[in-house]
Each structure stands twice: as C-alpha cells, then as structure tokens.
Ligand binder design. Sequence first.
Ligand code: SF4
Ligand code: SF4
Ligand code: SF4
Length: 331
Amino acid sequence: MNRIAIPKHEWDEKLHQLLSSFDLYAPVENDFSCDYVKLDADTVPEIVYNKPKPVTPLKKFFLPVKENVTARANGAHPVVILGAPNCDVMALAFLDQIYLDEEYYDPAYGARRDRTTIISSDCLGIQEHCHCTSYGIEPTGNEHSDLSMALLEEQVILTIFNKKGESFLEKLGLVVTIEPEKQLLEALQNKQQEVKQLLAKQNGKLPDYQETGKLVNGSGDEIWKKYASDCVSCGACSAICPTCSCFLLIDKPGFQKIRQLDTCQYPGFERVAGGEDALGPLPDRFRNRYMCKYVWKPQKYALKACTGCGRCIEACIGQINKNELLMELSN
Ligand code: SF4
Ligand code: SF4
Ligand code: SF4
C-alpha cells in the first residue's frame, strides 16, 4: 500500500488545475448540513476532510433518481469524487454486485463507474447514528475506493489502492516515491483507533450483522406493528439508503424507458395486475426493509446490505430509530 503526504495548499492548487478537465465533487458545508457540491475555484479550499458523512449517499452519482436508460450517453467528463466515507464506499461495492453482475450488467451504471475515480475519506470523528463497525466495516478507506485521503497537521495523506488511483496522482504530477513521515502516520493511526473506540462505545448494545439477521428472521408480528404505527410510508429511509437498489421502469412514447428509483416502503410497491399486493399491510411493508437488509440480501451477496451509515434513522419523519428496534429485539 503506497502513501504520499502533500501540504494542503499544494493539494488545493493541484485540484484547481484539474477543474477544466474533470468534474470534481466533494463535501462542503452549508448553513444546514454538509453535502457534495461540484467544485469550482471558490469551493476547492472549502472541502470538508475527515468528517462522516455527506447528507447524500454516494449512490446518487451512479443511480440518479430518474433517468432515460434508452438515451445515448454523450461523451461525459471523467469524474472524481473526493471525501466519500467508507460506509458509502462499501455500499457502492455492494451495489456493484447487483449492477455489474455479468449476466445482468447495467451499461448506464457501468459507464459511470468506469469514468469515476473515488477518493474515500478516513472518518476521524463520528456522528450520533454512525454504526459501521458494528457490521464489520472500518471507518477508513480500503481497496473498494481508488485512493483514500485524510487531513492531519495541514498535510493531506493519500493512500493509493489501485492503478486508477495511481494514474489519478500521475495526472496531478504526484509521484509516489517518498513515504510520509513516520510520526504523521502514527498520529493518523492513533486517530483512527480513537474513532473505532468511540464507535464501539456508542454502539455497544447493538447486535452485529449476523445476529441481527437471526433476530429479524425469528421475530413475531408485534414489534413490527408497534414501530410501523409511526411510519407514514414516505420512503425516505430507503431512498436515502446507500445500498437500496430498487427501481421502476416506465415506458414512454417512442420506445423510451425511464428508470425511476422505487422503495418498498411505498404503498403499492408489490401490487400486481388484478390488485393483489403481497406487501399491502403497512407492518409487512415496514418489516420488508429489515428482511431485505439483514436476511435475504446476506443469503445472496457477500458484502453487507447495511453499512451502518445511520441515514435511515436521521431521515425518518416518524422518528423511528432502526437501532432501537434492533436492540429491543435483542433484549
Ligand atoms: S439501512 Fe440505514 S444504516 Fe443501513 S445502510 Fe441503509 S440507511 Fe444506512
Ligand atoms: S426491497 Fe426495500 S429495502 Fe430492499 S433494496 Fe428495495 S427499497 Fe431497499
Ligand atoms: S422514513 Fe420512517 S416514516 Fe418514512 S417510510 Fe421509512 S420508516 Fe416509514
């Protein structure tokens, strides 16, 4: 694993030079939150480092809410996404299993993946609902991104995971020859360790991923009725979820097809011609999301279908906290 450290002001200059040939996105704080913006000369110095997680999940760059999948894609700029937290990177790796499957390869998704370089961000702090480590996911970058970055002592530390990451650095004129100072790397490792301890303390009572699957699968009806009584079927929990992958295909005149993201929390998600609806009752629909994440997806895919980002908790208009539900199940 190669690493390089570069003074922040030099890194900013390098990114600035790329603005004409790449579309660069990174988290930037606004009055209300922190979210991805398309960078320009003014926003490059404002990139947020080390903080978990932008409001919007990484999947939005690859699965737009709505798109015409029959339209020809025009030659688009290469894209660089900086500052993706590892929960989102792992969620994208999960989506790759579905959308880049050899048998059902999705060309629109695949083209976006090919032209995008992902620079993940080491989280050097946590938020109230972060629980990645409970599901075995580290809050630091790994080889599912091309590079990772962390800002420490005004140095941007970059870790290179693959050829794409290496060639991105070459475009910046950065050669990976000199290792960052040992002291700087030690300071980074200490911070990473602190973050893991904070997460362990915050989520000590949360069952792990495997145990959650068993609990959800073996649960009776009551708990779902109880929590679903606060659900208004808005779908926010799954729309914001970085691993949710469901969509509708809508036929339009001229043999066009529109793909629109869908969620199992909407009434009518499973309604078929004739009016039958296997997920008609709200508690069944509500439970479906948990079965999907912790029981059915693990039967088919190696990577986790919940990466512990906590967005579904933050987005819920009924203030339903999935982790409270899971801890209640484990009691
Ligand atoms: S289920 Fe919730 S915590 Fe898990 S990945 Fe989706 S939004 Fe994040
Ligand atoms: S079935 Fe529900 S929980 Fe599963 S991917 Fe689709 S929207 Fe998400
Ligand atoms: S966000 Fe909350 S209220 Fe909305 S569908 Fe999900 S569980 Fe129900």
